[in-house]
Design a protein around this ligand. Structure first.
Ligand SMILES: *Cc1c(COP(=O)(O)O)cnc(C)c1O
Length: 379
């Protein structure tokens, strides 16, 4: 690949932070995770954060800790990574999809009320690509119907909309530190919330429901522990937390770099026939996790092939969840159920996008799209 889809920027500072953990006795959840949780909650302006092994685990624990399970329905978007919906299934509840806005690809809040039934317990919006869903309206609808809101903020560490940040107008927000996310440690996740009791319960449920941690046992010597409630194994390790801590100092600068790249892309792509950029809302601070375009003349897969043949890395975020084979088979979905999400699924393409990307690389990507488009039109 001459232009990769993504390049991480972890380096010397992260190596040193990990080395420091390795010199100590606790490799699993301990003081480094606590430090990360404090920093992350402060960064977001939330009361509490809990470090976890993934965002998927975070969504599962949030739902379960809120008492959402079998017999309950959770309203969510079909235009997301599958984990948004599979976490609902994992909790034992039923995902109920609602179509998305054509401009942003976010869950269309105006369509939510029509999908509410007596079984609905929660709304689970995703802040797609880093631009927040309409949390003011979603929180208002939830309040009117006595529902919880859980945010999938896997793309949105830095985002804000209408003065609201992730976790502020909901039970809590779930974040991913998967390899390509804005803040990453290879694999990892967290929840952030203004409900300290919920955070404590999620901490317990993230380690089998045990009432003592490995660090407690190391510090005070062995004493019997008990299992307070049912739990899973979703805790974050000190090694993961060490990889994350040095990155806080770079978040702001990296966001500015992605902002600049997004502006350069928008300029370079402006005159390509059939190429549409998602709507950027003025009332938002976009976290810019992904830079996507919609290809309306050249078939998306032809554009994917053309870019890849030129050595340019691409991805598709996302083909809609309800059209995945398992969802078709298990839940009986087919084409036509959510037409707006389906048109995104047909047209959307993610371009190379990461802070170290050069202006020249942005121009090369745009030139390649121009060439593929011209070839398609003259075929
Ligand atoms: C990455 C991602 C997830 C899953 O995150 P993991 O940490 O890999 O579990 C969930 N939702 C969205 C929107 C994502 O992009």
């Amino acid at each position: 690949m001459s232009i990769p889809f993504y390049l991480h920027d972890l380096g010397q500072e992260e190596l040193e932070a990990v080395a420091q953990v390795l010199r100590g006795p606790i490799l699993t959840t301990g003081d480094t995770v606590k430090e990360f949780e404090t920093r992350f909650a402060a960064f977001l302006g939330r009361d509490a954060a809990v470090g976890l092994s993934s965002a998927t685990g975070g969504l599962h624990l949030m739902l379960t800790a809120l008492g959402i399970g079998p017999g309950d329905e959770v309203i969510t978007t079909p235009l997301s990574f599958i984990a948004t919906a599979t976490a609902i299934v994992q909790a034992g509840a039923t995902p109920v999809f609602v179509d998305v806005e054509d401009g942003t690809g976010n869950l269309d809040a105006a369509r939510i009320e029509a999908a509410i039934t007596p079984k609905t317990r929660a709304i689970l919006p995703v802040h797609l690509y880093g631009q927040m869903a309409d949390m003011r309206l979603i929180a208002e609808i939830a309040q009117r119907h006595g529902l919880e809101v859980i945010e999938d903020a896997a793309h949105c560490v830095e985002g804000e909309r209408d003065g609201l940040r992730p976790g502020q107008a909901s039970a809590g927000a779930c974040f991913s530190f998967y390899a390509t996310k804005n803040l990453n440690c290879g694999e990892g996740g967290a929840i952030a919330t203004d409900r300290p009791t919920l955070a404590r319960r999620i901490t317990t449920m993230s380690v089998h429901g045990m009432n003592k941690s490995a660090a407690d046992r190391q510090r005070h010597g062995y004493s019997h522990w008990d299992m307070d409630e049912f739990g899973w194994k979703y805790n974050m390790s000190n090694i993961q937390a060490a990889l994350l801590l040095p990155q806080f100092a770079r978040l702001q600068r990296k966001l500015e770099q992605r902002n600049t790249l997004a502006r350069l892309y928008a300029e370079a792509l402006a005159d390509i026939p059939g190429l549409v950029l998602p709507a950027i809302r003025p009332d938002c601070r976009h976290a810019w996790h992904l830079f996507v375009v919609r290809s309306r003349i050249v078939p998306r897969d032809a554009l994917v092939a053309g870019l890849q043949a030129a050595g340019i890395g691409v991805a598709v975020n996302y083909r809609p969840i309800h059209l995945m084979q398992w969802f078709r088979r298990t839940w009986g979905y087919g084409e036509g159920a959510f037409p707006v999400a389906e048109s995104w699924g047909e047209e959307v393409l993610s371009l190379p996008f990461y802070p170290g990307m050069t202006e020249d690389a942005v121009r090369q990507v745009a030139e390649c799209i121009t060439t593929v488009t011209a070839e398609y039109l003259n075929r």
